[in-house]
Design a protein around this ligand. Structure first.
Ligand SMILES: C[S@@+](CC[C@H](N)C(=O)[O-])C[C@H]1O[C@@H](n2cnc3c(N)ncnc32)[C@H](O)[C@@H]1O
Length: 254
């Protein structure tokens, strides 16, 4: 029988409050294979972040802002939410001594309790895929002002290789999370204009080989660079998007 949303929320809360995930295995490969794509990601995000200044901004999640924001990012106010007390507390610690106003709320992103049209921008990193996409996107749309914007960085689960990897390594994920697939894109497209940058197919395959050949921490090598360049080229071809591991989605409220 399908789990209820309450059961899923409770499982998510427990997993994050008790730090139950074990991502040690994938960490090394990610660090290696994503060396160049992290730089590309950063550059793209910096451009998107230019819109955040002097705006009412909502993060779905509690600390992605601390990775994304640079010294010039200064929203009018940043509001952060999380369903996990521990995750929210982690965000609060990072928020000490910031030069802009930050508020934190323990809240379910599938049932946002903010008033309609409260925010100019809603963003998050690796969060939509922990939610009921239809419900949360509905609420995000509701709390955004007219022409309000979204920015999300999410993992994908369309490539058969990644699907098999995920099945073989369940401890790296919460039981109910679902990296995004094309049906999730359709839900988002109904309510938002939909722009995207896809990341990481060849860089994972080539990064795996480079890690074996050159060893950990030797990221800056020609195999990694080739994988990255192939990704940038092939990510522009729509019917190959299913190959990629991550996506930045950005758009405006319809
Ligand atoms: C992969 S982590 C990403 C962390 C995120 N980038 C942040 O800054 O908090 C997934 C996060 O989703 C949160 N989460 C899961 N279900 C949620 C829900 N229904 N409402 C709000 N947060 C939720 C978890 O507590 C966890 O912090």
């Amino acid at each position: 029988m399908a789990k209820s949303r309450e059961e899923i929320n409770q499982t998510e809360k427990d997993y994050w409050n008790e730090a139950k995930l074990d991502r040690r295995k994938i960490k090394k490969l990610r660090r290696h294979a994503f060396f160049y794509s992290y730089k590309r990601e950063k550059k793209i995000l910096q451009q998107l972040l230019e819109d955040f200044n002097d705006k009412e901004v909502l993060e779905i999640g509690s600390y992605t802002w601390s990775f994304w924001f640079n010294k010039n990012t200064k929203p009018k106010k940043l509001t952060c939410i999380n369903i996990s007390e521990v995750e929210l507390e982690n965000g609060k610690k990072l928020a000490e001594n910031q030069n802009f106003s930050i508020a934190h709320f323990l809240m379910d992103a599938n049932e946002l309790t903010f008033k309609d049209e409260s925010f100019d921008i809603v963003f998050g990193g690796a969060i939509l895929h922990h939610l009921d996409v239809e419900k949360s996107i509905g609420h995000i749309h509701r709390v955004l002002k007219p022409n309000g914007k979204i920015v999300f960085l999410e993992p994908l689960n369309m490539n058969p290789i990644y699907k098999i990897y995920r099945k073989l390594n369940p401890k790296e994920r919460t039981p109910d999370e679902h990296a995004l697939v094309s049906s999730d894109f359709k839900i988002i497209k109904k309510k938002f204009t939909f722009n995207h940058y896809f990341f990481d197919f060849f860089s994972v395959v080539f990064g795996f080989i480079a890690l074996k050949l050159f060893g950990d921490k030797n990221y800056n090598n020609w195999i990694n660079k080739l994988g990255y360049n192939l990704d940038v080229f092939f990510s522009k071809i729509p019917f190959l998007h299913f190959l990629f591991a991550r996506v930045i989605i950005f758009g405006s409220k319809k």
